[in-house]
Write a protein that binds this ligand. Structure first.
Ligand code: PBG
Length: 321
């Protein structure tokens, strides 16, 4: 008789036939940087995730690197917001300063920067607003300028998350024209208009002040469209692509991985993190097992890389396994 249980008998056998593995090499740790000195403040909606100032960032990043995690993704909280998101592309803006500091203290850590305007604009939208709507083509110049300023500061990879049409090409051209031909682009290609960004908008103070993002982020009901968005980004020059969120979009991760040959990242977003943390805190779920199961499912679906707030915990647990 064929018996599946023979290969499940002991942990040693299970290890031998395990199809999906997680390594710290595949993890990217998102970090939030803010103005001020000696800041390390926990984000209420995201237990275990902090706002750091430029002077405290290095110590935390050293921990991350020490755990074998090769990359961080930076988000910035500006000192002031305005209609055109000036600090997003200011040479001495918060992210630009953070990148310089990190490159100085940890030259081998891969620095990825989120390229968007929503944290920097007074209206909280991801671009320039005219008459209540985000002006796509005008926004491209600002997005390209922001990406270029990150590259000038030393970012290895820029990651546009704004979902404007044509932004990857605009960024690639701006980088190449200025000699940054080696700076890579990780495009948030299939980024859905999701309720799971809730805790992040608290953390980044980026909630739109009117309306929502449904005129630029994708409709959660659409699957085929993810292929269209991703193929456009690759044509425009994306070196890596991303599906976001991850957990409610495993089918999309699988489709994108099957269809394209570039590395595929999946963003295990703030809401996915906070739900799990809340349940764990209440004793309703085993945090370690649940996190590992979720990240395994994201890898099994086809993600090469996972952006996750659990990255440090996972890297620690993997050391003990
Ligand atoms: C900025 C951006 C968002 C996230 C990453 N970049 C928020 C949004 O689109 O509203 C979400 C990350 C998370 O929820 O963890 N555009």
């Amino acid at each position: 008789m064929t018996r599946g249980r023979r290969l499940r008998k002991t942990e040693s056998i299970r290890r031998m036939v395990r199809e999906t593995r997680i390594s710290p090499d595949q993890l990217i740790y998102p970090m939030f940087v803010t103005h001020g000195l000696d800041v390390k403040i926990e984000i209420p909606s995201m237990p275990g995730v902090y706002h750091f100032s430029v002077d405290t960032l290095c110590e935390e990043a050293r921990d991350v690197a020490g755990l074998g995690i090769p990359a961080v993704l930076l988000f910035g909280l500006p000192a002031r917001k305005d209609g055109v998101g000036s600090e997003a592309y200011a040479p001495d803006g918060i992210v630009q300063r953070a990148v310089r500091e990190l490159k100085d203290c940890l030259p081998d850590l891969v620095i990825i920067t989120d390229v968007c305007m929503c944290e920097y604009t007074s209206h909280g939208h991801c671009g320039i607003v005219h008459e209540g709507s985000v002006a796509n083509d005008e926004t491209l110049e600002y997005i390209a300028r922001t990406a270029l300023s990150h590259a000038e500061a030393g970012a290895d990879i820029v990651a546009p998350s704004d979902m404007m049409d044509g932004r990857v090409l605009a960024i690639r051209e701006a980088l190449d024209e200025n000699g940054y031909t080696e700076t890579a682009i990780m495009a948030y290609s299939a980024k859905y208009a999701s309720a799971f960004y809730g805790p992040f908008r608290d953390a980044a103070d980026s909630t739109p002040q009117f309306g929502d993002r449904r005129s630029y982020q994708m409709d959660p009901a659409n699957r085929v469209e993810a292929i269209k968005e991703t193929s456009l980004d690759i044509e425009e020059g994306a070196d890596m692509v991303m599906v976001k969120p991850a957990l409610a979009y495993l089918d999309i991760i699988s489709d994108v991985k099957t269809e394209f040959v570039v590395p595929v990242a999946a963003y295990n977003v703030s809401g996915e993190y906070s739900m799990l943390k809340a349940a764990a805190k209440n004793g309703w779920i085993d945090e370690q097992r649940a996190v590992m199961e979720i990240l395994t499912s994201i890898r099994r679906a086809g993600a090469d890389l996972i952006l996750t707030y659990h990255a440090k915990d996972v890297a620690k647990w993997l050391q003990a396994w």
